[in-house]
Design a protein around this ligand. Structure first.
Ligand code: GCU
Length: 603
């Protein structure tokens, strides 16, 4: 991660006020390590399907609506809204699983939180949202702070000079309507959970603080730690001490007039692996601020059809995971949610998880790092995105920058994915080529992938001949032989061939079953069908040349409005090897057995 990253992120930071997400402040690295005050809990809400609180009856937007949060006390006057006497929703969380009336709701819900804050002189205060799906417009004390588009990335506003004595009124207009020009667009195979879906925090920092930093191994060099630090504030030129006590490493740098300094130091850290996920306490101390993180060190590269972690060939024994809680099947956001899902992946014998189809919450990525899971992280450039729309590209690129910006210090992420099952066309190739180039400019220590689709070039001969492949470091693709493509027996009679020497990574395969639904193995949605499919599919995968990893679809049954067989699907995609209630299906044990064999083979 070189100077280019810093230039891109710095330019992005400077450009932000000019973007349509005006007034957004640049990302703050490692929010939870700062002095934070949580605004999580019950927020007052108004469900507003006609956006009555935002548009007048001539459809002109006006700030004098619900954003002003007026209490309807004087009943001699006309007012047609009142947060105070309205219902609440828990933040963080989706509204769909909190209130039956909102199960399918797609539209606007207004959220309101009152808070007090005593900000000391010389301190600054930021308001950070972990994520809001899909568009957020934010007001504080009736003043519009700005807006953000994208349902899975963090954003923040500086509110240092906007606080009031006493009670402050924070109002957020959340609109989860799907849009053709959106990222994702209007069609997807997951539930369109609306809401303030990740934590909301007040972040207090010194007037000049360490806003961002990067500390990782230099590309393919296990003896050199490189990185940089970025200050934000008035006194930008400061001495900053990098300190990794366990390595007896101290390195002092001096930030320049922009508040930036880079470093490169010799060190021989114990390398992070899934078996020994070693993390070091790393601190950066400026004269005015100090921040501490837990950081691992590893190298990743490909060599022919191999993926090498720390120079050693690995097989990615993976599973795909949606960001959905166990049992309640709502939007996941916490460390506990992560531990439950990753605990099942651990029982499967996984050393890898594909966090589909969008950047997951930070707790999930950090818990995966602590528990020893390599990660595939992706942006929701999914299916039929509007490739020729400039705003769509800017949205996708912003989500890519935010995903890489937030998680660039998480050594367990080894693949950034820029797309999933997107139809081949010239505009799509140009769109994705730009994204791949942007990803490489931001990060040279990770692989770039995407879920392409397979082709049957002649009966029984399967390959991937997607032009996107030449932009990627791996041949990564989804295939459903035995489910969408024939029955399970088709797995026995097909073979795969690839004309490039890159690692093959099958990012989806599988089939559906309702837990506890039993019958003949040729009957769809029985556990016996899914088990037989897994047995035959694994035997097919053993014949795939250059296979270096796979993430079967999917760990847990998940909500989707596309899945409508009553009594079997009931708005759930049933391809999980675990039911939505945590019950392990017969196929779970087929995969577990194969992963045990692979663990032995790659010792
Ligand atoms: C596709 C897609 C997934 C979807 C899956 C399925 O490959 O990438 O998002 O859920 O197929 O049909 O179950």
């Amino acid at each position: 991660m070189k100077q280019k990253l810093r230039n891109s992120l710095f330019i992005l930071g400077a450009l932000v006020p000019l973007l349509s997400w005006a007034q957004l402040a640049p990302q703050i690295m490692n929010i939870d390590a700062r002095q934070v005050t949580s605004l999580d809990g019950q927020w007052k809400t108004i469900v507003d399907p006609f956006e009555n609180g935002y548009y007048d009856y001539r459809l002109n937007p006006y700030d004098d609506g619900y954003a002003q949060d007026r209490t309807y006390s004087d009943r001699t006057k006309l007012q047609e809204y009142d947060f105070e006497t309205n219902k609440t929703l828990f933040v963080p969380g989706d509204w769909n699983t909190q209130r039956p009336q909102l199960y399918y709701y797609e539209g606007t819900v207004w959220y309101r939180k009152h808070f007090t804050y005593d900000l000391q002189p010389g301190k600054r205060l930021f308001l950070n949202f972990g994520a809001v799906n899909y568009e957020a417009i934010v007001w504080l004390n009736g003043k519009r702070l700005g807006s953000h588009i994208g349902g899975f990335t963090a954003f923040n506003f500086e509110i240092t000079n906007l606080l009031k004595e006493g009670v402050n009124s924070l109002v957020v207009k959340v609109d989860n309507k799907r849009r053709p020009e959106g990222v994702p667009t209007v069609n997807a195979d997951w539930w369109n959970f609306g809401g303030i879906t990740r934590p909301v925090t007040l972040v207090e920092v010194p007037s000049t603080y360490i806003r961002d930093y990067y500390v990782q191994l230099k590309k393919n060099d296990t003896n050199t730690i490189e990185g940089w630090v970025q200050l934000d504030g008035d006194s930008k030129s400061q001495k900053v001490l990098l300190d990794i006590p366990e390595l007896k490493l101290k390195k002092e740098v001096e930030t320049d007039a922009d508040g930036y300094a880079s470093f490169e130091v010799k060190a021989k850290p114990v390398l992070w692996t899934p078996e020994e996920p070693k993390l070091y306490t790393v601190s950066l101390a400026a004269q005015s601020d100090k921040v501490t993180d837990e950081i691992g060190f590893r190298t990743i590269r490909t060599e022919g059809t191999k993926i090498l972690l720390n120079g050693k060939e690995i097989f990615c024994r993976g599973i795909s995971i949606h960001e959905e809680t166990a049992y309640s099947s709502g939007r996941a956001y916490s460390k506990d949610h992560a531990r439950t899902l990753l605990g099942w992946a651990k029982e499967l014998g996984c050393n890898f998880v594909r966090l589909a189809h969008y950047p997951h919450n930070e707790a999930m990525v950090r818990e995966a790092e602590r528990m020893g899971f390599l990660v595939w992280s992706e942006i929701p450039v999914y299916w039929t995105i509007h490739w020729e729309n400039k705003d769509t590209y800017r949205n996708a690129e912003q989500q890519l920058c935010d995903m890489i910006g937030r998680d660039k210090n998480r050594c367990n992420i080894i693949i950034w994915s820029i797309a999933n099952e997107t139809p081949v066309s010239e505009p799509r190739q140009a769109f994705l080529a730009s994204l791949a180039e942007k990803a490489r400019s931001l990060d040279n220590v990770r692989l770039i992938g995407a879920a392409m689709e397979k082709s049957e070039v002649e009966p029984g001969v399967l390959t991937v001949n997607d032009p996107l492949g030449k932009l990627l470091d791996i041949i990564s693709f989804n295939e459903y032989v035995g489910w969408y493509d024939g029955n399970a027996e088709k797995c026995d009679r097909v073979n795969w061939t690839f004309d490039v020497q890159k690692p093959v990574f099958i990012s989806e395969w599988g089939g559906g079953a309702l837990y506890g639904h039993h019958g003949p193995k040729n009957e769809r949605f029985t556990e016996e069908y899914q088990e037989d499919l897994y047995i035959r599919h694994v035997n097919m995968l053993k014949r795939v040349p250059g296979l270096a990893g796979t993430t079967p679809w999917i760990l847990k049954d998940f909500r989707s409005p596309r899945r409508q067989v009553p009594g079997i699907q009931d708005d759930f995609n049933r391809k999980g090897v675990v039911s939505d209630q945590g019950q392990k299906k017969k196929a779970f044990f087929v995969l577990k057995k194969w992963y045990e064999e692979l663990k032995e083979a790659y010792k």
